[in-house]
Every structure is written in C-alpha cells, then in structure tokens.
Design a protein around this ligand. Sequence first.
Ligand SMILES: [Zn+2]
Length: 204
Amino acid sequence: MQNLLAGYRRFRQQAWQERRRLFGMLAEHGQSPRAMVIACADSRVDPAMIFDAAPGEIFTVRNIAALVPPYAPDGTHHGTSAALEFAVRVLHVSDLIVLGHAMCSGVAALLHGAPLAQADFINSWVSIAAPARARALAHATPETAQNICEFETIKLSLENLRGFPWIAAAERADGLRLHGASFDIRSGVLSLLGERGQFRPVSP
Ligand SMILES: [Zn+2]
C-alpha cells in the first residue's frame, strides 16, 4: 500500500496539476467517452495505458478474461452487463472493444479448470466461454491451445455482445461499431480482429 500512496503523491504533484483543467471540465460537463473497453482484470493489461487514453476518453469494465456474458436480464447481479447498458444506452458510445491478451490466466482456467481453492466463482465465470474452448480444442495442439483459445474467447464475447438487443439495434443503425483486440504482453503488440476472423498487428 505504501507504494500506491507514493504513487498517489506523484499523481497529485504531476498528472493532477497537468490535467486539472481537463478534470474540471469533466466534473462540470460530465463524461462523454466515445469508446467502451471490456478488458481483463490482469494487472499487465491496462487499457488506458495501451491506448494512451486521457481521463474521460474510454469507459472501461474489467473482469476475468475480458468476458461478455450472454444477455440475461434475470434480476441477478450482472456487473459487466450493467456497465454495457450504461455505456450503450446512457453514454451512447460509438465503439465497443473487447480487449483480450496473451498469457491470460482466466483463459488457462477455462482450458484446464481453476484449482479447487479458486473454484467458488472462477470456474463458473469462465464457463461463459465454454463454446470458445470447444472451438479452440477442435483444431489446436497442446502448444497452441492457449493462444487459439484466447482468440476464440474474444470472438465469443463479440457474439454475446450482439445478443444484447440494444447493442444489435445500435450496430444495425450504424451507431455502434464492435471490435476484437488482443494485447501481447510479451511484445507490447496490439492486434485487431479483421473481417476474415484473423487477428492482425496494428501498424506502429
Ligand atoms: Zn487475462
């Protein structure tokens, strides 16, 4: 915690001073981010850092493995779906980005099962992507399974996004674009999902 408080003091002295006016405007007028990112909670994959985004620029929800659950307005607690509803129906973002990453522990739990001591919630949560696991294992070797499953999980989350009626409607009306992206923490390279279902590195 001491490291974090030291970081907070640096923030107050530097970034806060530099961005005081921006924060003031955001406080006065509210936020109007144009994009929402669904990212993994992994400490190595910070969307604001990867996209060099300023405060107010991206609305973010992070969870294990950057998963979008199926549309299920059943009265239980859906944190990711609530964030999606706010971004799409209240903020009217124009882009939704599912940001997965290499070496994802959540995807490893999907492939191999979480250890028993981590099984209260993780296994149930990652089972959202069971169809992605099945697709990956159908054409992966043990060496490629993790990487292929990471990509398939992103595609599955995009499919689930289109199951939300107000996301599908906004996309049909050209008011919303959906994107799949993957960040490789080994190389720092971001890849985007193309129309042919392949991930291609973004040109530097
Ligand atoms: Zn992850």
